[in-house]
Design a protein around this ligand. Sequence first.
Ligand code: MTE
Length: 314
Amino acid sequence: MHVLRRRGWALKENLVTPEAVALNRRAFIAGGAALMSLPAMAAENADALHPYPANASFSAGPGRAITPEADSSSYNNFYEFGTSKYIQKKAQALPVRPWMLTIDGMVEKKIEIGIDDLIKAMQPREERIYRFRCVEAWSMVVPWSGFPLRALLDFAKPLGSARFVRFETFMMPSVAPEQAIPLYPWPYVEGLTMAEAAHDLAFMVTGVYGKALPKQFGAPLRLAVPWKYGFKSIKSIRRISFVAERPVGMWEALQPKEYGFFANVNPKVSHPRWSQADEKVLGESQRIPTQLFNGYADEVGGLYAGLEKETLWR
Ligand code: MTE
């Protein structure tokens, strides 16, 4: 049984409503017919059947609810499969095994490794309940499974001269229809500074809701950097490179005035076309105030000392 290591940034149990409770509440509101279909024991038994860790926070009380899987897995941004949010079906065309990851650039030795061998080599593997804030002002709370990005840095052995990590998504126009159209500068690319990548919160995701990551969420390997707008959390990563120059992300290449490198969440800095002051919570009717660094300011604020001249919020 996975034991949750408590850290300052971990969502406190009493701040998280377990998904089953949230779903039961919704079912109850909807008339109660489905109320009996989600007993707590069934969820535990299901956890025992797969290799992804369970999390004690699932037995939590009231507060920010874990977003019901039905909501978060049917409202996605994955532009390779279409510009709407409803790409769940189309994304099933993505072949996620075999899946080779290339680690190259400023490293001691280039690595080509299959995703399952990589997952086996990564420690600790754990589950983390993170807030997620899209630049489009919607948000969710998701129980990701995976391993700290820092574990991958240790494995990759970057040279001391590397300054940034560059992530690149697959390029498969035959299965991802939008990649066949040169409207966007494919492949999807994102980047972090080495200090950001080594931060405890930077997480590589291989599962969600206690299961292997569904394709629409970015299987088999995606990033989760919860203090940044969601577009930084690149999906279906095929290549990780250590570089000297700041990587230019796909959105930055397309619209540099709207999407930049740091993209840290800040309710006081509007997107050029809309306010970032609050956010719509997926699966809920109310909007809630957005927090600086998406609520992780105590943990990550220190990363940006001395970078006052940078545009940290776009
Ligand atoms: N990664 C790739 N490869 N392609 C994308 O279109 N969209 C980004 C990010 N990662 C995107 C991506 C954006 S804009 C957001 S908000 C999140 O994925 C959405 O993640 P979700 O669908 O799991 O909620």
